[in-house]
Design a binder for this molecule. Sequence first.
Ligand SMILES: *Cc1c(COP(=O)(O)O)cnc(C)c1O
Length: 450
Amino acid sequence: MEYYSLGKQSANVDFKIAAITGQAPDKGLYFPTTIPQLTTEQIERFKTLDKASLAFEVMRPYVGGTIDDASLKQICKETIDFDFPLVPITSNIKSLELFHGPTLAFKDVGARFMSRCLGYFSKTSSSNNNTVLVATSGDTGGAVANGFLGVEGVQVIILYPKGKVSPIQELQLTTCGQNITALEVDGSFDDCQAIVKEAFMDADLNAAYHLTSANSINVARWLPQQLYYFFAWQQWVAQYGDNTPMHIVVPSGNFGNICAGMMAKASGLPLGHFVAACNDNNVVTRYLSTGNYEVKKSVETISNAMDVGNPSNFVRILEIMQNNFDQLKNALSSYSNDDISTQAAITRVYNDYGYTLDPHGAVAFLAAEEFIHDHEHAITHYNHTVESMPVHAVILETAHPVKFPEVVEEAIGHPLTIPASVKYLLDKPKQSIPLAATYTAFKQWMLEQL
Ligand SMILES: *Cc1c(COP(=O)(O)O)cnc(C)c1O
């Protein structure tokens, strides 16, 4: 298995080079030359296969021999050693809870898989001394810090906007120590991202460091996210059998998660329709309805992990869909909802169904309701009774509500209990380095570390 650059100007590489470099030299995203196809026999067997073996079988072709089987098995086992339960909210909407990992967000799986791959590559070859640079609006930083903590041969530098991440998120990314450094940037998330982008293009820094990104542009972080869809589908067929389509609603920002799901479907997993749930950052929602891809600057919302103006993984979705707009519209829908509706949805779902959504899950819940409403159709029987054909959907709950306490507590009217798994953070001292929001300040700091 090789990867080509969607920029079409760079040579093909193997999984190892794609993981170590993040992006192709022409700045294009890497994409597999062929999408591995699952056999009917495999799909049948996958229904009851244990999670670690399933993960190994799904990831093996993508890794393409750059990691030996025993090590890959171990990496898969460590990556997914927690639960991904499919929990009913209403009679036809279920929540796939992706927040049972160490940092309570779905990014744990990608970050853990990628960190272990880089650790393996630095142990088994000369590609050590990798420096992972990452800008975060909250969740990525914590998952990357936790995933890479103690991985030998890899240094991690996280840039986060001062005062703009929630208290638990800040603790998750500033209390690790060891090979993890947090830079508290006196600016916005966009400033952090701009600094990281410039760093990847800076000849001086690239001469001094092997820089890579732990963003979902990196195939080692992006591809393992497919596994959620397999785990959801296992639980789905156990309940409904093969004949009820599982439509999937994904709260989307950079579109890495939903794109991974569409890869799983392209490889033969029998999934239903995909729905991208967006907040006011809705370039894709508008594109699907008008055909115009019109990028706007991102706006701040309460579902801030989705505050992305120009989603980096959308080009990969277009590639899966062979750049055919009709094919895309058949596979993907999108709905956009603002903060007021999102907050109201958290309140309503809590009051009516006793389920606590986080703001990202709430955006997905609203999109699921709209999708179901648009696709449920009534059939009239011979005796003139009318029956509506139920449509079922799964929403991906991408973060634990406790990561967004201000919004959620206000919406449900009482405090949230902090799960034991993050309580220990409260006693740990925050370690961060203050930094002005300029590239010059960052570069100077980087060069001083040598
Ligand atoms: C990152 C994130 C998203 C968006 O995922 P993408 O893969 O960037 O589309 C949604 N919800 C939460 C909680 C996240 O952390």
